[in-house]
Design a protein. Structure first.
Length: 381
């Protein structure tokens, strides 16, 4: 690659960031306890509540989304507690790893990667396990599956439900309060269109009152809430990234969440249509639930990781690889955040060109046209 060659990012995180958001992060540093920052902080926290669709506090941490996941485990459990984890991909396995690190009795409710959890089965398994806390993913980007967390909420009854919405918040519908979800964790670098570095967790008072003692210093929910109540931060926050997130959330809310949800559905449709037009096989679901990322099986004779290296080195295009046992077998095209149909057309054209250069037997010259046709189809309200 030369310095003048353009790069294209099509991963499900980090995702491309709008110019206004990048520009906000480049503004001069302000003191995190001064009035200039407090104004930005207050606006950002308010906008997060709007995106979460909640009246409860959304705690903001300088961390990756995994930090918010760990905060939930550390604040809601004590060593030896029995918890249930719904796993249908790599990030469900991350919940399990975090819970085990904290010494919990983990009852794993596992599904095949690529399979969506059945809420009734989950509810039955949780009751049989006797677990009081349930951890799950709304979207697992390793497979492209978006789970029915509303159905899971209803099925687990009185158990505390913690939802990882790191890749789904702002991309697909999530009604934190209306659906009665107890805790939702997320991150800045996915559909929220901001740089990596911020994690957040919605924690209603009914949940916070159950926290007896946090098992973490940095992610202590009570300490962080006490600071945020004063428009302060428990520890020095990433002021520049918060500036960026403030602008990104403003753009998202100005356009409207329903508009964002519809756009992501159409982008998913366009991607799937183009992939199938080439004669490739989808790994992720072939329906409108797959609005976050499209996972594709590599054609016969092609190693998916070699394809990704070719795309990056030859054409400046970055897609995401398969994880764990899917490494080398699938590749993933992200379409959350600051994407439009022309971005999808570029990704599809690059995949088509690279596969041809690598000798794959695919259908050429139709993927982009099919993608545009699929994108133009109306989305039901």
């Amino acid at each position: 690659m030369t310095a003048l060659e353009k790069r294209y990012l099509f991963t499900p995180g980090p995702t491309p960031v709008p110019p206004e958001v990048l520009a906000a992060g480049a503004e001069p540093i302000v003191h995190h306890r001064g009035p200039d920052f407090r104004e930005i902080y207050a606006r950002t926290l308010g906008r997060l509540k709007d995106v979460y669709r909640t009246e409860s506090d959304v705690l903001l941490f300088t961390a990756s989304g995994t930090g918010a996941m760990e905060s939930a485990v550390a604040n809601l459990t004590a060593a030896g507690d029995r918890v249930a984890v719904v796993s249908h991909g790599s990030f469900g396995e991350r919940w399990i790893a975090i819970c085990e690190r904290y010494g919990l009795d983990v009852q794993a409710i596992r599904y095949e990667w690529g399979e969506a959890p059945d809420p009734d089965e989950v509810g039955t398994a949780v009751r049989e396990a006797g677990a009081d806390v349930v951890f799950c993913q709304q979207s697992d980007t390793s497979t492209g599956v978006v789970a029915d967390v509303r159905g899971i909420r209803e099925a687990v009854a009185d158990a505390t439900l913690v939802v990882d919405a790191i890749s789904s918040l702002g991309a697909v519908p999530l009604e934190t309060d209306a659906w009665g979800i107890d805790v939702v964790v997320s991150g800045s670098q996915k559909a929220l269109m901001a740089p990596p570095g911020l994690a957040m967790a919605s924690v209603p008072e009914r949940v916070l009152t159950r926290v007896e003692e946090s098992r973490t210093f940095y992610f202590d929910w009570r300490a962080n809430k006490a600071a945020q109540d004063k428009l302060d931060a428990a520890f020095t926050p990433a002021v520049s990234i918060i500036r960026s997130l403030d602008v990104a959330l403003g753009l998202l809310l100005e356009d409207g969440l329903e508009s964002a949800f519809a756009r992501h559905v159409r982008l998913g449709r366009a991607t799937r249509a183009g992939i199938k037009a080439m004669g490739l096989e989808l790994f992720s679901p072939d329906d409108d639930s797959a609005a976050v990322v499209t996972a594709v099986r590599a054609p016969d004779g092609i190693d998916a990781d070699e394809l990704l290296l070719h795309l990056r080195d030859r054409h400046g295009v970055t897609l995401a690889p398969g994880q764990a046992h899917l490494k080398g077998k699938i590749f993933r095209i992200g379409h959350i955040g600051w994407f439009d149909v022309f971005d999808i057309a570029s990704a599809l054209a690059a995949v088509e060109l690279s596969l041809t250069e690598l000798g794959a037997d695919i259908e050429r010259g139709v993927a982009v046209a099919r993608a545009f046709e699929a994108f133009d189809a109306p989305v039901a309200a």
